[in-house]
Design a protein around this ligand. Structure first.
Ligand SMILES: Nc1ncnc2c1ncn2[C@@H]1O[C@H](COP(=O)(O)OP(=O)(O)OP(=O)(O)O)[C@@H](O)[C@H]1O
Ligand SMILES: [Mg+2]
Length: 251
């Protein structure tokens, strides 16, 4: 599998298939994601960004096609195995945050640590560290409904980072936060990349595009271009060049 973390082959996602409201959200997408890289998924509204990163994050299944993660076909995994994968390896920052209402910020952030058996005190401490990093140390006890949109987004970011995931997926993570917070987030992404985390970020934001090692351009559910931006950080692929050449167009 040429050292790829993800190998995506002919992936199609059709919502409401066979009905008059059928939507072909993704059409025959084939591409690879490499460890320790930042991949930006770029495209206009409705182009399939959230759909694609949800498949990568094991939150949904393709209608057809395969996704291999570290050489294993995750599209064949039963739900319990997918849930384990999400818990143990993947951090996800949702476009709509997906925070638990009525639950204090620190508890929201610490949720991913519960299945790891970490005690409440340690979880609270770890959550506090992250929330302070995102300037929310004064909002530890506030539930999401008492926070602004940007604050909720920062809680969602902290929750995705709390378990040091190997794979971090962020859906439009800068849409609600100001420039200073964006800088902090970018520093975080760069630090995670330095530790070998594989990142997928969907965005319209040119600042985030500049951070990318590779940009997947989506349009109307099709991958129209794979743009490699940093030749300096090309991964060691052992097995030779990737099957989809840098800058190459998808079928
Ligand atoms: N659950 C669903 N049922 C039916 N159609 C859906 C569903 N989710 C998404 N779609 C449709 O699939 C297409 C791709 O949606 P997606 O959310 O992946 O786009 P996006 O690129 O993330 O857009 P945005 O930039 O607005 O977030 C859109 O046309 C959308 O209306
Ligand atoms: Mg989206």
């Amino acid at each position: 599998m040429s050292g790829a973390r993800y190998t995506i082959r002919e992936v199609t996602k059709t919502y409401r298939a066979g009905t008059p409201h059928e939507v072909r959200a993704l059409q025959k997408v084939s591409v690879e994601g490499y460890p320790g890289e930042i991949t930006v998924v770029y495209g206009p509204s409705g182009s399939g960004k959230t759909t694609l990163i949800s498949l990568i994050g094991a939150l949904d299944r393709p209608t057809s096609g395969t996704i291999h993660l570290n050489g294993e076909e995750m599209t064949r995994f039963a739900e319990p195995a997918l849930a384990r994968l999400r818990r143990s390896q993947i951090g996800f920052i949702f476009q709509n945050f997906n925070l638990l209402p009525g639950v204090p910020a620190w508890e929201n952030v610490s949720q991913p640590l519960i299945p790891r058996g970490m005690g409440e005190r340690a979880r609270r401490e770890r959550a506090r560290e992250l929330l302070e990093r995102f300037h929310l140390g004064h909002r530890l006890l506030h539930p999401p409904e008492e926070l602004s949109g940007g604050e909720q987004q920062r809680v969602a970011i902290a929750r995705a980072l709390v378990g040091n995931p190997e794979i971090l997926i962020a859906d439009e993570p800068t849409s609600n936060i100001d420039e200073e917070e964006i800088d902090r987030l970018l520093a975080c992404f760069t630090e995670l990349k330095g530790k070998g985390t594989t990142l997928f970020v969907s965005t319209h934001d040119p600042i985030l595009r500049d951070l990318a090692d590779v940009v997947w351009h989506l349009k109307g559910g099709r991958l129209i271009e794979v743009e490699r931006r940093s030749s300096a950080s090309l991964p060691d692929r052992q097995g030779g060049p990737p099957e989809t050449p840098a800058g190459g167009a998808a079928p």
